[in-house]
Design a protein around this ligand. Sequence first.
Ligand SMILES: O=C(O)C(=O)C[C@]1(C(=O)O)C=C[C@@H](O)C=C1
Length: 366
Amino acid sequence: MSDSKPTLETLRDTIDQLDRQIQELINKRASCAQQVADVKQAGMEEGEKAVFYRPEREAQVLRRVMERNSGPLNNESMARLFREIMSACLALEEPMSIAYLGPEGTFTQAAAQKHFGHAVRTLPMATIDEVFREVESGSAHYGVVPVENSTEGVVNTTLDSFTHANVTICGEVELRIHHHLLVGANTKENSISRIYSHQQSFAQCRQWLDAHYPAADRIPVSSNSDAAKRMQSEWNAAAIAGEVAAEIYGLKKVASNIEDNPHNSTRFLIVGREHVPSSGQDKTSIIVSMKNKPGALYELLAPFHEAGIMLTRVETRPSRDGTWAYLFFIDFEGHENTESVKNVLKHVEELAVYVKRLGSYPKAVL
Ligand SMILES: O=C(O)C(=O)C[C@]1(C(=O)O)C=C[C@@H](O)C=C1
């Protein structure tokens, strides 16, 4: 080894000095956030409540972090660190409570933490409708619900809830879904004959299970967390669940990433009560009902094409009240405050029987 190479000791001294500076800077930033809270509070009228969480600003901060990043840490790792710093800063302004589709350890909880960071309180709800109700009533600041999976398709309960709920979409988050085969301390790994999981996870791991555990009973339960909880009392059982459930229940991974499709991902929506200003890179979601006639969908989508607006999702659901034939759930690029989106929405409102604006929100950054 050449003499010019730094020693372990000098490198650690440098790290100690840098840590001190980073810590000081983070606290300076946190104190700025506290002052931001005071400014927000001071701008309120009598009886009005200040809104501390600003999704458009957070998206801008994270995008800038990624743009200016020069490594060696990759963009995502760097953005995740800043995600947590902002989460802690926001908690100083106001501690946030986030309702999600539970129980504890579900992918929806992981999505909530990916979006808001770990300085929020996550509240597990038994159903998707309950998540919406918690937000509507003000019992939770925001809610997180799954909306579509790349393997299994849309989550119809979520779409149906949007038709009657009085909430605004204020964000989206995408999560790569990795499934693991998990066992407990008492499991005899060579004798696994029963496997617990949610029906969707069995569907996403079908080929792997056929190849590795063709004879094991597949027992569907209400969630992967429930699977992780139940198998612990059985010596011949395993569960399929994600990382968070494995951590919460202290389970061991026998096999990792057993999903058949390596790009398996789920998209979640963040719902709240306030409209979100433009972040510069946004999406808008609407529900539209059209008269049941030939070419209705064509007629509806033509204005988007003419305005050069990118559609990112179109779902069709039968109307459940019997008065309208179709409900279309449409996501497209752009914010409802921009001229081109305003014009398209005006055009759509003239054509449709009914239009519900669900909100404009920043495109997922992480
Ligand atoms: O800029 C603000 O409005 C802040 O409150 C500061 C801050 C941040 O830490 O950067 C914190 C919370 C908001 O959600 C957005 C950003």
